[in-house]
Design a binder for this molecule. Structure first.
Ligand SMILES: [Zn+2]
Length: 205
């Protein structure tokens, strides 16, 4: 898969869940996929945009990554293994198929690794699973996203899981529209392109 530098924008986060937005860090999965996580710094920029991580944690990770670039690269590779297994499973589910055993095994492995690093904390009289830089190190983002992914895969919201109809997209998203007939990740991008293409076709005919 080709790596491409990318400046993440709010419009890149249309999945409706951080786990889906992680999958969408690869674009054009339907044609010539481009991977926007070209290095660990890109993962940090994406994580910051996602709003799912504390600034203090991200800056601690930035320091760690600068001190140990090889370890950061390995952590990024682990995060991508999670991303691709999750993507395969979601594509299968979106098309009414069962996820493959290999993908389930990969997700299960990620779940076990993440849960070993987790701790239970009490927050407002409720127990919560929490990941910290101290225990997860450079895998903090992957560990946290694993939890999002597992929750999502067990969630009824998955009934509304869609793969965008747009060309050069392939993004996944939760259709929260009332009608449940949303076809595009974003009406402003893929939706408009599809409409313009149909309009041009009609003009030619
Ligand atoms: Zn799209």
């Amino acid at each position: 898969m080709r790596l491409q530098h990318h400046d993440f924008r709010p419009a890149d986060l249309v999945g409706g869940d951080p786990a889906l937005d992680l999958v969408n860090t690869v674009t054009a999965r339907d044609t010539e996929p481009r991977d926007w996580l070209d290095d660990y710094a890109a993962l940090l920029r994406w994580a910051q945009r996602s709003g799912a991580f504390a600034e203090a944690d991200l800056s601690a990770l930035q320091t760690q990554a600068a001190q140990a670039p090889a370890k950061a690269a390995a952590a990024l590779a682990r995060c991508k293994l999670l991303r691709e297994a999750l993507c395969d499973a979601l594509y299968a589910l979106a098309h009414g198929r069962e996820p493959s055993q290999a993908d389930l095994d990969a997700l299960d492995q990620a779940r076990l690794t993440a849960s070993r690093a987790a701790r239970l904390v009490s927050l407002d009289s409720r127990l919560q699973t929490q990941w910290t830089v101290q225990r997860s190190g450079l895998d903090l983002i992957a560990h946290t996203l694993t939890a999002y992914a597992i929750e999502l895969l067990k969630d009824a919201r998955l009934d509304r899981l869609r793969v965008c109809d747009g060309r050069d997209c392939g993004w996944v998203f939760l259709d929260t529209s009332k009608s449940g007939r949303r076809r595009w990740c974003d009406m402003a991008t893929c939706g408009n392109v599809a409409k313009a293409r149909r309009f041009q076709q009609k003009q030619r005919e």
